[in-house]
Design a protein around this ligand. Structure first.
Ligand code: GLC
Ligand code: GLC
Length: 811
């Protein structure tokens, strides 16, 4: 069952039923100022950091769901309604929500009146702009009463939900003309305030929540709307809100537009005040003036659309598969931008409070983003590397506002360092900017112990080899990529964090085959980089360690039919046929296959066959099998989840691509493609009632075959799934790979594909690539023709001439 449809031409998903199986959301803003917005206008707004600079309030996991947002209440005679159906939930004559690239528009129609609200954050602007268009399509004059509504959060989203003995007394507002200002804590340590304006005279307002709703009423029954007149309240403490009130008269056929600006201002200390207790409003007024007419707003939206035209013109596929093309050309790239901006902080499943930017997550996010805005990727790499420790270990997370490592979580996740090599080499392959390697980058944000980024990569590599266990395999530390494989945790106290507790780690023998595979993949990548920059000594030194790791995996990491997953604290096998539960895992089989370990001996083929036999199901590849049915104290959180969910045999969409890439290593394009389609959201649109999350973005997890409800997804948007699937489809299946000295072409596709076309902008030229597969093979390039001439390798040269070059690839 579907709840809408894709409008590829507009690059929009159009929702036609407000009661989607879960709120289907979108993100506004892509640099400093952000909003989350659901298909019924729920969500919230923040500046840079969803924890420390929360502008508006939202209530997670509430009754009903999706509580809090930017709402309009329209009163037409005795009927009150909202264009997004919620919060009034008055039955609408028509409802349509269009989620586009960083904008959303929601239209409701009731009794001949259409209210269409457009929401977006203009480029380089610290504000959400809202354009409300009211149209009278009836034959009579309409007299409407309009109430806007947003509720302020008192900045720190965590304290906002906890510390009511203080919060209920601190709230402060100011009102001037049609602008409602929120200035809580401005007089002491804060240099910022927020505001909500409308570009028309108002006949009233409210800034106190209780006056607006009534103490015992919900969002759907504000007492001022019921009464048809504003309360003119001025908040003193309790819960400040911002609500404009104005009256509109519309003749038959007439339409009127109103522009609202919900913004954020920072002032220097000496410029904070206009006069005693009156805030300096200069900057707010400047922003409001930039958007005070419909023309200005429309121009800003056109600029935003153009910005996306550009970004999405860098990689375009024309495969003949509509569902594939819309993911690659639009939605998957869009999701990559969003995950790059937020890491795992703010979604409808991440509260924006618990987590900052992840070290491993952000590096992986780069591989889906780097072609879009390489300068921002460069800055991100430096920020991430700056939170590394001198021994190569690193803070697991950092806060975007301060860019400092997060002390509550600390470090000790032994896969973390290797991801920095992935992030950095991906950036250089895309841009050719080797100068990044010479940047002086601090350790733990301390510039006095800075070293070059190249040295950071060296210590990342060394962190693995300096932390090997009894089998010569990498010690796992707190966990590897799988946050829930906590082999040194041994927790029987529900008040302890699985992630940060190590009750028993001294003398641990817990080793990870996932890190082993990861180390071989990015160790080889690092060696290639060393050679490319002429550092033969480092290449040679590292080669020895990589070779030893390969040998150790073959000797101690092969279980007969697949790769082991790990050794536990005591040195017992995990992910072995000997185990009763958790006999086989996806991660080690993915990474060791990607690393090509034992390819000659047929190990990869065997391992991937075992994955197919034991882990694959209708909805994707589960993480482990059999699922754990009881708590294993020596394994940690993984066995805390019910079977089929999350890391315990859920379909973790993030790691399915590792198996797809593994399949391409041995040339099995049909298998890779089948796996791709199973989890690709556009292919799941028809089963939206089962899948539940948005059909235009990936979710972190789909319940696996052992779950109560297999196929049900959770945790959409912020997941490494976005970048890994984009990376896999574009670079390994379609096979267009940026490399240091050119664009390498190595597709691995289903046999029955006749071919496909890709346009790729790369290092200052456009490559129009036509892949022809008349021989019905999966892999292998037999002929390369560039601009009519045969070329001897499958690496297309760098032209950097601003021109378009036609390329024909015969498989
Ligand atoms: C979450 C985390 C990621 C981790 C994964 C597996 O998605 O963000 O860092 O690797 O779970 O546990
Ligand atoms: C765990 C989750 C995992 C996440 C981790 C970090 O509970 O299962 O996916 O990465 O927490 O917060």
């Amino acid at each position: 069952m579907k709840f809408g449809y894709f409008d590829d031409k507009q690059r929009e998903y159009v929702i036609t039923d407000p009661k989607t199986p879960y709120p289907w959301i979108n993100y506004l803003g892509n640099e400093d100022f952000f909003s989350l917005i659901s298909n019924t206008a729920g969500g919230y707004t923040f500046y840079k950091d969803a924890k420390f600079r929360r502008l508006t309030r939202y209530r997670y996991n509430n009754v009903p769901t999706d509580a809090g947002g930017r709402y309009f209440y329209i009163k037409d005679g005795d009927t009150a309604w909202s264009p997004g159906w919620k919060p009034m939930k008055t039955q609408l004559d028509k409802y349509e929500c269009r989620h586009g690239m960083n904008y959303t528009s929601i239209e409701g129609v009731k009794d001949g009146v259409s209210a269409k609200a457009l929401f977006f954050v203009p480029l380089k602007t610290w504000a959400e702009v809202q354009k409300l268009t009211l149209t009278n399509n009836s034959n009579e004059v309409k007299k409407l009463k309009i109430f806007s509504f947003t509720e302020w959060a008192l900045w720190n989203a965590a304290a906002d939900m906890e510390n009511f003995q203080r919060n209920f007394s601190t709230g402060e507002v100011e009102i001037e003309d049609s602008v409602l200002y929120h200035k809580t804590e401005y007089k002491e340590r804060r240099n910022h305030y927020a505001y909500y304006s409308v570009n028309a005279p108002i006949q009233g307002f409210d800034t106190d929540r209780e006056t607006f709703f009534g103490l015992y009423n919900g969002f759907h029954e504000p007492q001022v709307v019921e009464a048809g007149k504003p309360g003119m309240s001025i908040a003193h403490g309790w819960s400040p809100i911002a609500s404009h009130y104005f009256e509109v008269e519309l003749k038959p056929g007439e339409a009127k537009d109103y522009v609202f600006v919900l913004g954020y201002v920072e002032n220097k200390d000496e410029e904070k005040w206009e006069s005693k207790n009156i805030i300096n409003k200069t900057k707010a007024k400047e922003t409001i003036a930039k958007f005070n007419t419909v023309e200005k707003v429309d121009t800003a939206l056109a600029e935003l659309r153009m910005y996306w035209d550009n970004l999405l013109s860098i990689y375009r596929v024309d495969s003949g598969e509509e569902k594939l093309d819309r993911m690659v050309n639009i939605w998957n790239q869009y999701q990559c931008m969003i995950t790059f901006c937020f890491s795992r902080s703010a979604s409808y499943f991440e509260s924006g409070i618990g987590r900052g930017m992840g070290f491993r997550d952000s590096n992986q996010d780069l591989i889906g983003f780097v072609h879009q805005i390489p300068e921002r990727a460069r800055e991100r790499i430096i920020d991430i590397a700056s939170t590394q420790f001198p021994d190569g270990g690193c803070y697991h997370q950092y806060q975007p506002l301060t860019k400092k490592g997060n002390n509550d979580i600390g470090g000790g996740f032994n896969d973390d360092p290797m991801w920095l090599i992935l992030g950095t080499t991906s950036y250089i392959k895309e841009t050719g900017d080797f100068s990044i390697l010479d940047e002086m980058v601090p350790f733990d944000n301390d510039m006095s112990i800075a070293r070059t980024l190249f040295d950071h990569l060296s210590v990342s590599f060394d962190h693995v080899i300096n932390n090997l266990g009894p089998h010569g395999l990498p010690l796992i530390g707190r966990a590897d990529w799988n946050d829930c494989l906590n082999l040194n945790c041994f927790s029987n106290d529900p008040n302890e964090s699985y992630q940060t507790t190590e009750n028993q780690s001294k003398g641990s023998k817990a080793e990870s085959l996932m890190i082993a595979g990861l180390f071989v993949v990015y160790g080889n990548d690092f060696i290639k980089l060393c050679k490319r920059v002429g550092n033969k000594a480092e290449a040679k030194r590292c080669q020895k360690h990589v070779d030893e790791m390969v040998a150790a995996v073959k000797k101690h990491g092969w279980d007969g039919e697949w790769f082991l997953r790990a050794y536990d604290y005591f040195g017992n096998k995990i992910g072995s046929n000997e185990n009763e539960e958790g006999k086989i895992f996806i991660e080690s089989n993915g990474w060791c296959s990607m690393a090509g370990i034992g390819k000659e001996e047929g190990l990869i083929e065997k391992a991937l066959d075992s994955v197919k036999e034991r882990l694959d199901c209708e909805h994707g590849i589960v993480l482990n099998n059999p699922a754990f049915t009881k708590y294993y104290i020596e394994y940690g959180e993984i066995s805390s989840y019910p079977p089929g969910y999350k890391e315990n045999a859920g379909i973790f969409c993030h790691n399915n691509p590792w198996i797809m890439i593994g399949e391409t290593v041995i040339g099995r394009g049909d298998e890779a493609w089948e796996y791709f389609k199973k989890i690709c959201p556009s292919y799941l649109e028809d089963v939206s009632e089962l899948h539940r999350t948005e059909p235009y973005v990936y979710s972190q997890m789909i319940a696996g075959k052992d779950a109560f409800k297999p196929g049900e997804a959770k945790n959409s948007w912020l997941t490494g799934t976005a970048s890994w699937n984009f990376y896999t489809i574009t670079q390994y299946i379609l096979g267009i790979q940026p490399d240091y000295d050119g664009l390498k072409i190595e597709p691995c596709i289903p046999k029955d594909w006749k071919g496909f076309n890709v346009t790729r902008k790369f290092r200052g030229a456009t490559y129009k690539i036509k892949v022809i597969n008349e021989n019905a093979v999966c892999k292998g390039v037999s002929k390369v023709i560039i601009d009519g001439k045969e070329h001897s390798s499958n690496i297309l040269p760098i032209f950097a001439d601003g021109n378009t070059h036609t390329v024909e690839i015969v498989m």
